[in-house]
Design a protein around this ligand. Structure first.
Ligand SMILES: Cc1cc2nc3c(=O)[nH]c(=O)nc-3n(C[C@H](O)[C@H](O)[C@H](O)COP(=O)(O)OP(=O)(O)OC[C@H]3O[C@@H](n4cnc5c(N)ncnc54)[C@H](O)[C@@H]3O)c2cc1C
Length: 359
């Protein structure tokens, strides 16, 4: 809507074009500008151009309405200064003067709906063919849009027909900017993981001793130390650290925390894992044969018709076994219940995981 808006196209063609190139048509049709700004994702487009254009948002909340500059809305990646209950209701962009021009460019790595690898918004005031004021803001190069005042100063006072000599640009850009990967939080530890090289194996033992000797090492965690923490989107059936067995190549087996990134990586490499390698379970049918569908999934199978039910009747999916929902109830009893019962046999719900992965 914004990309086609006649007023925006006339007054701020760079903004209309920028809105027309966010993600893809589905993202644009669904997303809102307020949602985009409130998300505060460092590689998004509108915060960069709207910062260069000195835009404000109007925020309405329990305490009334207030005006926040877009430049000050994000407090960090995925974080804003909005208070609970506050909603962005308007975006106010100053009408550009007749001597103003703006542009927005983004570099996309692969496809048109990727997030920008780097983006730049430029706003100039030009009088008599000479730049009288400039604002340059870069996106995706730090946790927040970066106001490049030094770069802007390079073009002020120059005729637009004579772009500045950028031969020194490399010196200016190498090291000056903070990239997302360079963000350092004081006293934060660095983590690294030990990944299984095998798709199926029993873990016979983990020797964390060599890792603990790496200078700067703070902790080495395995499933024995953290307990059986399970995670997952639809089903919380995925152990954060492999417990007793690995079920796919690349599964996390141990985690290390160290004072530097290098120490963390060195420590992870030093952890010695003794695997008893088993034949890999490859393919949907083999996975279901080893471990049928997760009980909660079985409960969702349609009674009549529907693909899963037909597949079950045709014998392609293992039939329901045991009392449905039993495992779920057990899980629901929480940590205390598990401790009382002692270690349970781990019939990992890998089949469900594998199904989702393949889909
Ligand atoms: C495939 C894909 C590609 C994308 N590519 C790009 C891209 O190239 N460039 C780009 O900039 N973005 C891109 N995006 C991000 C997209 O623009 C945002 O996801 C979208 O703008 C979010 O808007 P929404 O209205 O759906 O917000 P939601 O996702 O509904 O909300 C995001 C957050 O903001 C809060 N929120 C929503 N509306 C408001 C409001 N009015 N006031 C206060 N808080 C609010 C919500 O509570 C939530 O916390 C992409 C997203 C996808 C999925």
């Amino acid at each position: 809507m914004l990309a086609r808006d006649p007023l925006l196209r006339r007054e701020l063609p760079a903004a209309a074009a920028m809105f027309g190139h966010i993600g893809n048509v589905r993202v644009r049709a669904w997303g809102t500008v307020g949602g985009n700004l409130a998300l505060a994702e460092p590689a998004q487009d509108p915060p960069v151009l709207l910062t260069a254009l000195d835009a404000d948002v109007l925020v309405r909340g329990p305490g009334g309405t207030r005006r926040v500059p877009v430049a000050g809305l994000a407090a960090g990646p995925m974080t804003t200064v909005l208070e609970p209950g506050e909603l962005i209701t308007h975006v106010a962009v100053p009408r550009p003067g007749p001597d103003e021009r703006s542009a927005y460019l983004k570099f996309l790595p692969v496809t048109a709906d990727d997030y920008a690898t780097v983006s730049v918004a430029v706003r100039l005031r030009v009088a008599g063919g000479v730049v009288t004021a400039a604002r340059i803001v870069c996106g995706a190069v730090g946790p927040l849009p970066v106001d490049c005042a030094e770069a802007a100063a390079l073009v002020v006072g120059r005729p637009t027909a004579e772009p500045p000599d950028v031969s020194e640009a490399w010196a200016r850009v190498s090291g000056g900017a903070g990239y997302v990967g360079d963000v350092r939080v004081p006293d934060a530890l660095h983590a690294a993981f030990v990944y299984s090289p095998w798709p199926a194996a029993r873990i016979e033992g983990i020797d964390v001793g060599p890792a603990l000797e790496v200078p700067g090492m703070v902790a080495v965690l395995t499933a024995d130390g953290v307990g059986e923490i399970r995670t997952g989107r639809a089903l919380r059936d995925y152990p954060v650290l492999a417990a007793g067995e690995v079920r796919f190549a690349g599964q996390r087996v141990a985690a290390v925390a160290a004072t530097t990134r290098e120490a963390a990586r060195e420590g992870a490499a030093a952890v010695e894992v003794d695997y008893d390698v088993r034949p890999a379970v490859l393919g949907l049918d083999a996975a279901v044969a080893v471990d049928p569908l997760h009980p909660s999934r079985l409960r969702r199978l349609p009674r009549r018709g529907g693909r899963p039910a037909r597949a079950q009747r045709a014998g392609r999916v293992a039939p329901r076994r045991g009392r449905p929902g039993r495992r779920l109830r057990r899980r629901g009893q929480g940590v205390r219940g598990r401790l009382r019962r002692g270690p349970q046999p781990r019939r990992a719900a890998g089949a469900a995981c594998l199904r989702r992965r393949r889909v």
